[in-house]
Design a protein around this ligand. Structure first.
Ligand code: BDR
Ligand code: CA
Length: 325
């Protein structure tokens, strides 16, 4: 089994700059992981993004309780960006102000472990060198902190699969930036250049993967505690997509990324250096350098660590796997 840690901001998932909404694709991804025999979930680490970090922690504990998996530890992540910025972009308009479709669930009985997300990531990488895959579904602050905490972390972690960036397409926070990268662009640039084995899944791919209204109806008929929970929390996420994208369905950003850990062959990838713009009107832009591939040129970025970036996806197969699980 592949050992995975999911770094997450549940919530349910998507963008804009109003501090009062948010939602469900993180929850979908976590449930797919719990239902996948290919994976062993070592823990969840929490981050801000769809909601503030404290609420993400509460939601993570709640999700695990709802499906009887309180054996899985939750480590709370940073409440601020890597540069200690406290004014965060929180996407509650996408997922509901509680991040779980405004369900006002009761507080969970369980607690997070007494260890920061970064410390947990470093500990697990040391415990299982080269064997841990981190699936990062929110801003990359905790991973950047893990790199700062232990400079050998990039070599000890097996792989980092990131929902982050928009490669040759517009972002979803603004024309330049995808939400998770925009949340902490400085952290993202540290992670993309840290030398770890990285696979990035961006909006160019996830905007092809849609869970339709018809799929939602099928889920509603499904006698499963996972499906029942998702159906409760998904309403705001579906409404948001109708208003913002005029589609009858929702983008499966985080589940597609998780499924890249389950079955990497459902996507194709290219490889090159990715840098992140950290300031100005293009803050959060992910820039992919394939000049070397195209022209054999030596650029200022030649010799920097490369990452894999997803370019195509078998969308029907991803949706089918998500539904099955
Ligand atoms: C990403 O932003 C979040 O709102 C979603 O959960 C997803 O991780 C999409 O840009
Ligand atoms: Ca997310």
């Amino acid at each position: 089994k592949k050992k995975v840690i999911i770094d997450t901001d549940p919530g349910i998932g998507s963008p804009v700059t109003d501090p009062l909404f948010d939602g469900a694709d993180d929850a979908m991804a976590i449930f797919v992981a719990l239902r996948s025999p290919e994976l062993e979930v070592l823990g969840l680490t929490t981050t801000f993004g769809n909601v503030h970090t404290a609420l993400a922690t509460r939601n993570a504990l709640h999700l695990l309780e709802a499906v009887g998996r309180t054996d899985i530890p939750v480590a709370e992540g940073s409440h601020v960006t890597i540069k200690k910025v406290t004014k965060l972009r929180i996407a509650s308009f996408v997922h509901g102000s509680d991040g779980l479709g405004n369900q006002d669930f009761p507080p969970p009985a369980t607690k997070p472990v007494d260890q920061s997300a970064a410390a947990f990531l470093v500990e697990q990488a040391n415990l299982y060198p080269g064997q841990v895959t981190v699936v990062a579904l929110g801003p990359l602050t905790n991973l950047a902190l893990a790199v700062e905490l232990d400079p050998s972390f990039p070599k000890k972690i097996g792989q980092i699969i990131i929902l982050g960036g928009a490669y040759s397409v517009n972002g979803n926070v603004n024309p330049a930036a995808e939400a998770n990268i925009f949340g902490d662009p400085d952290a993202a640039d540290i992670v993309f250049t840290c030398g770890a084995d990285i696979l990035a899944v961006g909006l160019n791919v996830t905007h092809q993967v849609v869970l339709t209204d018809a799929d939602r109806e099928k889920l509603e008929q499904c006698d499963s505690k996972y499906a029942r929970y998702l159906c409760k929390i998904m309403g705001i996420y579906f409404d948001y997509h109708k208003d913002a994208y005029f589609i009858k369905g929702v983008y499966l950003h985080d589940p597609t990324t998780l499924i890249a850990a389950v079955n990497p062959s459902l996507l194709t990838y290219t490889e090159g250096v990715v840098r992140v713009q950290t300031v100005g009107i293009t803050k959060g832009l992910t820039v992919f350098d394939n000049t070397k591939k195209r022209y054999g040129e030596i650029t200022a970025w030649t010799g920097m660590p490369t990452v894999k970036v997803a370019v195509t996806v078998d969308a029907p197969a991803v949706v089918e796997l998500m539904m099955q699980r």
